[in-house]
Design a protein around this ligand. Structure first.
Ligand code: ADP
Length: 236
């Protein structure tokens, strides 16, 4: 077999392995909420008082919401992997940050972006990245904790956009795996916080779709700063 054929075969094998692992993880992700749903629905058929009934109804609602989130993220992942293109335009980042920020109705989120040149990217996709990072900052922080958004131009023609929180932070031994699909940090400080483990892998694909990169700095117990780069728009 020629060298190229061997390489093609290896690549194909790797792709099949990746797909198999993805399906394995997906089945697990579907099985857990479905088992819980089944349990709650069964219990709802029993003789319960009003409070108990409400408790199980809330549980059902949570699990349905979880399945909806999962589905939405999977559709977005599929679209990106099927080559959903960015439709880049020049736009004002600070205005977009204001739009996204207002959806959260929280005075604790502040926008620190100062005079900045227009950036170049798919406005809707960038709004999804910001929404995901802000949702995580809120989810993994105490209720009264401040969250800051900022952007710093660098000398290489990029702007670094960042979201900083003062919440739970990320344990050092979990940091290398954070952008993996379905990866969730296992630690007692977030045992009661639900999620799909898809948000950051989606962010990574979306950022790379704009030609940028994503990263973070975090100290467990102190907070995190997630950042991604966007191109500065060239004057027409
Ligand atoms: P999810 O939040 O659905 O679990 P993500 O892919 O968005 O999935 O995040 C992966 C993991 O990274 C989370 O389980 C969480 O423990 C950790 N994480 C993400 N963002 C933050 C943050 N701002 N602060 C602390 N931990 C975070």
């Amino acid at each position: 077999m020629t060298q190229t054929l061997l390489e093609d075969k290896k690549l194909l094998q790797q792709q099949v392995e990746d797909q198999t692992q993805f399906i394995h993880l997906l089945l697990h992700q579907l099985a857990t909420p479905l088992t819980s749903l089944q349990g709650s629905v069964q219990l709802l058929g029993e003789d319960l008082n009003v409070d108990q009934r409400q408790e199980f109804l809330d549980l059902v609602q949570q699990q349905v919401q979880h399945l909806q989130d999962l589905l939405q993220s999977l559709v977005a992942l599929r679209d990106l992997e099927a080559g959903m293109l960015a439709r880049p335009i020049a736009f004002c980042l600070s205005s977009l940050v204001e739009e996204v920020r207002s959806k959260f109705h929280s005075p604790l989120i502040t926008n620190h972006i100062q005079a900045l040149p227009d950036v170049w990217g798919d406005r809707w996709q960038v709004s999804q990245i910001l929404t995901n990072l802000l949702s995580n900052a809120i989810k993994y922080s105490p209720a009264d904790s401040a969250i800051e958004i900022g952007a710093t131009p660098n000398s290489e023609g990029f702007v670094e956009v960042w979201v900083r929180d003062h919440g739970l932070g990320i344990p050092a031994d979990a940091q290398a795996r954070l952008f993996e699909r379905f990866y969730r940090v296992r630690h007692h400080d977030r045992a009661n916080i639900s999620g799909t483990g898809l948000g950051l892998s989606l962010c990574k694909l979306l950022v790379e779709n704009q030609g940028g990169h994503i990263g973070f700095e975090s100290v467990h117990g102190e907070g995190s700063r997630f950042y991604f780069t966007l191109l500065i728009a060239q004057p027409a």
